[in-house]
Ligand binder design. Sequence first.
Ligand code: GLU
Length: 441
Amino acid sequence: MTTTRFAPSPTGYIHVGNLRTALMNYLIARKAGGTFILRIDDTDPERSKEEYVDAIKEDLEWLGLTWDKVERQSERLDRYAEAADKLREIGRFYEAFETPTELDLKRKKQLNMGKPPVYDRAALELSDAEKDALRAERGNGVWRFKLDQARIDWTDGILGDISIDAASVSDPVLIRGDGQVLYTIASVVDDTDMGVTHVVRGSDHVTNTATQIQIMAALGHGHPEFAHHSLLTGPQGEALSKRLGTLALRDLREAGVQPMALLSLMARLGSSDPVELRTEMAELIEGFDINRFGSAPTKFDAEDLYPLTGRYLQSLPVSAVAADLDALGVPADAQEGFWAVAKENITTLKDLAGWWALCRDGAEPLIAEEDEEFVAEAMALLPEGPYDSESWGKWTAAVKEKTGRKGKGLFMPLRKAVTGMERGPDMSALLPLMQVIRARG
Ligand code: GLU
């Protein structure tokens, strides 16, 4: 039974970077008919906020990335304590008392000597009496997992064969001095308890994975399949990490981006398959293959979301936007015609307001000085509305006959006079929707 999880820490809003993680895990579970868990990594009571938990759920729901169950690490502290006891029992867990400053100093010395800055395990040499003395002086120490200094190998779903020398990695701290359980062990316990079969996460977690594989083994378990996706960069390859805050899903939603546009892009970006707009989640699930993703950093340009959003909207029947049209005050009997015209000329639903205002109120006419006389003549030939799909053709034919103008010289000044713009919907379709033509004067 395939089980995946998306495990955000509720310390901020979801952005395009973690959306990728969520989506990949979701698609793997759905494609296999498995289970998708939303796991809230909230072991840090100071930084975790309930409002972010709510926001994460809201954002995932907006996207349609529904989960089968929610787990919260803050409710599983007993399980983590049990695992910690087991590691102590089997001699793989030790208390260390170095202050951050001392650790920093050690690292600097190692670097100066051209050595990798790996924790030197000095705490392993402490006698019980020395530990008692340090504890009395400094409070409880941190608890480190004693890595087995061998190579750690796995075949990664994206990166291929990985081999990491555990000797090049510091023994990870799993419990802080104040007793706070850290993600590294909590995640291991959760993944094994919950039967997680596939873990997809960012390549910034590769070293974590190496240590987690050993912790899982120490606790008597095998490990899930791992896949580490590349990190996103900006369009020029620049690091995105600092800007991710501005690429929060709620900001994209606010800007009018449609969920299927965002999902279609993220399900393919960085893979060998082209980005194609999908209008149904089922199609995304069907076409997803984690093995087709590459390890190179993935360029992301938020601008790409808008053409996809426009194309998605064009695929929608009027019934799908009825609520939006109601909100704009488009009368029920005008909605079908309005949508048919407007949808070809919008990027997001926000653009509808402008087109509706044009139909309802008309536009400030745009008339070049040399066209003033021509437009006045043409307006005199424009019959009273309401107009139908033939009105524009009949009117321009009459104007042509009267003035002798044709082609662009005929149509463009009239379009500009009626709509106030040089470009826009097909005039034959637009004219019937127009209730006011201000160029009539
Ligand atoms: N809470 C961790 C993070 O957001 C989860 C990483 C993982 O998927 O294991 O980075």
